[in-house]
Design a protein around this ligand. Structure first.
Ligand SMILES: O=C(O)CCC(=O)C(=O)O
Ligand SMILES: [Fe+2]
Length: 338
């Protein structure tokens, strides 16, 4: 593991007198590493601790309570996934998790070419832990606000209008704001000789991801210097860029591969939040200046997993690959094709 560390950015500077220098650092970090720590985001340590504590409580519930809200029940890919229940590049991840998205009503009947509309719908909530719903939904909204600010700052950092992507995060069918997806995760200590794939190497699909970690390390980032450990820093979020933003910037902003290695001594808890364009958006190609365009390397393409500019199709494709059991039950016609 390389000893390099990730860049550190203070979002408070975006609103202060160091704005220009902040934007420069943001541009360089997003171009060269695609990963950084973020402080000055305005979310209090108390709120962070409260969410992590509630996450621990959730995972400590009896399996029967967690199974009651299993993702397998949900055509909208919300709910609990047991250990080994999610696949990354076909290999099972050593983590259990609970996924939520925007709390929505089911939208109208899908037409055959817009099956992604079925991603929209309600979350599942465990009756045994009533505090989970209000706490996680409020936290999801706070993280959304931070990522929207950050997205606008990134566009400014590219010398574009801050609102250049606002039309892709305005909301779907009367909902407000961008696509939201949050998960609370538990990575158990790996048994000797067992797989240590907490989550396999991957890029995130959306615009921007925020990760909140407890004190247990495990998140690793692939950089030009090799794999770098994103050591937890109390109060700071880890930010990374997703494939949609890489695509919009023609590869100037980098979606970087990362993974989690199972902890050795203590279970690790984290919360990951993924902000993306709304499902009916098509990701535009941003008009970069000639100077910046010269540094844009084009989005990385993986022939085994091509990116789709239509966000709903791209999102559904990712969910079907990661959660095969949900795909088989709720999308049999697509599960066979993917
Ligand atoms: O748990 C973490 O630290 C990161 C998780 C992650 O990369 C993901 O779920 O996409
Ligand atoms: Fe990730």
């Amino acid at each position: 593991m390389a000893t390099a560390t990730l860049p550190m950015l203070d979002l408070a500077q975006y609103h202060g007198e160091n704005r220009a220098e902040f934007l420069r650092q943001l541009r360089v970090a997003s171009r060269d590493v695609g990963f950084f720590y973020l402080t000055g985001h305005g979310i209090s340590p108390q709120t962070q601790q409260q969410v992590l504590a509630l996450g621990r409580e959730f995972f400590a519930l009896p399996l029967a309570e967690k199974t009651q809200v299993q993702m397998l029940n949900s055509p909208h890919f919300r709910g609990y996934t047991r250990l080994n229940g999610e696949l990354t590049r076909g290999q099972p991840d050593q983590r259990e998790q609970f996924d939520i998205m925007r709390e929505d009503a089911v939208v109208g009947l899908p037409t055959s070419n817009a099956l992604w509309r079925r991603l929209v719908g309600p979350n599942q909530w465990p009756t045994a832990l009533p505090a989970l719903k209000p706490t996680l939904l409020a936290f999801q909204q706070q993280l959304t606000d931070v990522t929207v600010t950050l997205l606008r700052a990134m566009l400014e950092a590219l010398a574009l209008p801050a609102d250049a992507l606002d039309h892709t995060i305005a909301g779907l069918n009367g909902t407000e704001g961008p696509y939201q997806h949050m998960k609370i995760v538990r990575y158990p200590v790996a048994a000797a000789n067992a797989s240590k794939q907490g989550v396999g190497a991957h890029k995130d699909p959306g615009y921007l991801t925020l990760v909140m970690q407890d004190q247990q390390a495990g998140l690793e980032v692939e950089t030009a210097d090799g794999w770098v450990l994103a050591e937890p820093i109390a109060g700071a979020f880890v930010v990374n860029i997703g494939e949609l933003l890489e695509m919009a910037s023609n590869g100037y902003l980098k979606a970087t591969t990362h993974r989690v290695t199972s902890p050795q001594q203590q279970d690790r808890y984290s919360v990951a939040f993924f902000m993306a364009a709304q499902l009916d958006a098509t990701v535009p190609l941003l008009p970069l200046s000639a100077e910046l365009a010269a540094e844009a390397q084009g989005p990385a393409t993986d022939p085994a997993n091509p990116l789709l500019r239509q966000v709903g199709d791209n999102t559904l494709k990712g969910r079907l690959r990661s959660h095969r059991d949900v795909a088989d039950r709720h999308y049999p016609e697509l599960a066979q094709a993917s």
